[in-house]
Every structure is written in structure tokens, then in C-alpha cells.
Design a protein around this ligand. Structure first.
Ligand SMILES: Nc1ncnc2c1ncn2[C@@H]1O[C@H](COP(=O)(O)OP(=O)(O)O)[C@@H](O)[C@H]1O
Ligand SMILES: [Mg+2]
Length: 236
């Protein structure tokens, strides 16, 4: 049984349909990419999982339907959403943001341990631990957003364009850290990216969305070998 399964998912904003039968399968501990141009429906697919947009179709997590659940219930089941634009709390410090991520947890020692883990994974945050999130660079804010998701101790992490707006070397650092997190934690991941080169450093398989539909799905190796993927997403 896959950890997460979407089948025939549709979603609307008002009268406008933006997802038209999306499928996605994420095995336990797996990492699956969602690629595609601006406006293809990548963010909306993540929102349909985290309960922040109304969707139809099949959405199961650990064999149970989560479609229609409130976002806080979905989070409590072990799904952490790192949204587009990061969503860190600007008036709170780095440490406070990390603690907010752990708000459902009762294991104090585990929380302290996981804060240390986040600071080891993202050493730049160590120096900024008392700074307000609003004072961080874009890269540091992205690291903090991932850190906050780690603090929830999820089984599945939804990552929305973690590289957006970052310098290439910073984006690479962020993806290397997420790769290390994946290896060490076994957290499953849905990785939304416009930068397919970066996504392929992390994911085992991916699907390409075009106007709210799966246009192509395959393993990373299969997709990287396709001419249309190389032309449209890999710069050659
Ligand atoms: N809140 C919204 N209200 C109305 N339309 C939206 C909203 N958010 C996104 N859309 C539209 O839905 C489509 C899919 O958007 P989105 O899922 O954000 O795509 P992507 O993340 O792939 O860029 C786009 O045409 C976008 O303009
Ligand atoms: Mg998006």
C-alpha cells in the first residue's frame, strides 16, 4: 500500500477548474516530483493534499481518505506542507518558528533534539537563532521553513518550489540538505519544482503536469532520457 495516493483528483477556484484528474503515488519513504510550467496546477495539487483547497477524487494517506479534512487534521496525521513563499512567521525568531512547528508534540526532549538536528542540517540558522524570521535572507527563510516542517515530525513532507528566487548555489545547498534529511529520516516527500535539474537530484520518480493533468509520469532516469523533458525542463 502506498503512503499517499491521488487518483482522478479535480479542483476548482470558484467556477474555474484547475485540476482535471491528477494522479500521484508516493511509497513509504519515497520522493516523487511534480514538474511543470507556471500555472500547471502544481501548488493546487499540494493544496488538495493538505486540505487548503476543496478537491474531488481519491486522496488517501496510509490507506485512509483525507479528502475534505481540515488542514490542521491533515497536519496532525503526519503531513507537513512547506508552502510556496515559505510562510515563516516574520515577527517570531528562528527558534520560535521552529517551536511553532512542534506545537502538536508533547515529547519535550524530542523537540529539543530536533531543534539541534535542524541547526546541524542548516548551520546558517545557528548564527541567526535569535533573529526575527523577517530579517533572514531568502535562502535562510527557506531553510527555516523546512526546519519548521521537520519539527512537526511528519511522515510526509510537501515541498513547494524550495528553490524559487534563490541564487543557484543557495538552491543547491537547500536541496543537498533536504537530500540528507531524506536519507537520515526516511520522511517521504512530494517535491514541486520548476527547476527539474534540482528536483532530479532528490526524487526517484516524477510526473509532469500540463494544465491540470498528468502529461508524463516515470522514474527520474526515464524522464531525464526523454527529449521533450530535456528541451522543456533541463535546458537542452
Ligand atoms: N486562489 C486562486 N484563485 C483563482 N485561481 C487561482 C488561484 N490560485 C491559482 N489559480 C489558478 O490556478 C491555476 C493553477 O495554479 P497553481 O496550482 O498555482 O499552478 P503552479 O503551482 O503549477 O504554478 C493557474 O491558472 C492559476 O492562475
Ligand atoms: Mg506554484
Amino acid at each position: 500500500m502506498p503512503l499517499l495516493e491521488l487518483e482522478g483528483v479535480t479542483a476548482f477556484y470558484g467556477p474555474i477548474q484547475v485540476l482535471d484528474g491528477v494522479s500521484l503515488t508516493v511509497p513509504e519513504g519515497g520522493a516523487v516530483g511534480i514538474l511543470g510550467a507556471n500555472g500547471a496546477g502544481k501548488t493546487t495539487t499540494l493544496r488538495s493534499i493538505s486540505g487548503t483547497v476543496r478537491a474531488r477524487g481519491k486522496i488517501t494517506f496510509d490507506g485512509k481518505s483525507i479528502r475534505g479534512l481540515r488542514p490542521d487534521k491533515v497536519a496532525a496525521m503526519g503531513i507537513a506542507h512547506v508552502p510556496e513563499g515559505r510562510g515563516t512567521l516574520g515577527d517570531l525568531t528562528v527558534r520560535e518558528n521552529l517551536r511553532v512547528g512542534a506545537y502538536l508534540r508533547k515529547d519535550r526532549k524530542g523537540v529539543t533534539h530536533d531543534i539541534d538536528y535542524c541547526l546541524d542540517l542548516f548551520p546558517q540558522l545557528q548564527d541567526r537563532i535569535r533573529s526575527n524570521a523577517s530579517a533572514l535572507s531568502g535562502g535562510e527563510q527557506q531553510m527555516l521553513a523546512v526546519g519548521r516542517a521537520i519539527m512537526a515530525k511528519p511522515r510526509l513532507m510537501l515541498l513547494d518550489e524550495a528553490s524559487l528566487g534563490l541564487a543557484p548555489s543557495t538552491a543547491k545547498d537547500v536541496y543537498e540538505a533536504i537530500g540528507r534529511l531524506r536519507r537520515e529520516s526516511g520522511i517521504a516527500m512530494v517535491v514541486v519544482e520548476q527547476n527539474a535539474n534540482l528536483a532530479f537530484t532528490l526524487v526517484d520518480s516524477a510526473t509532469v503536469l500540463e494544465t491540470g493533468r498528468n502529461a508524463l509520469t516515470g522514474t527520474s532516469a526515464e524522464l531525464k532520457g526523454m527529449d521533450e523533458i530535456r528541451r522543456a525542463y533541463l535546458g537542452g
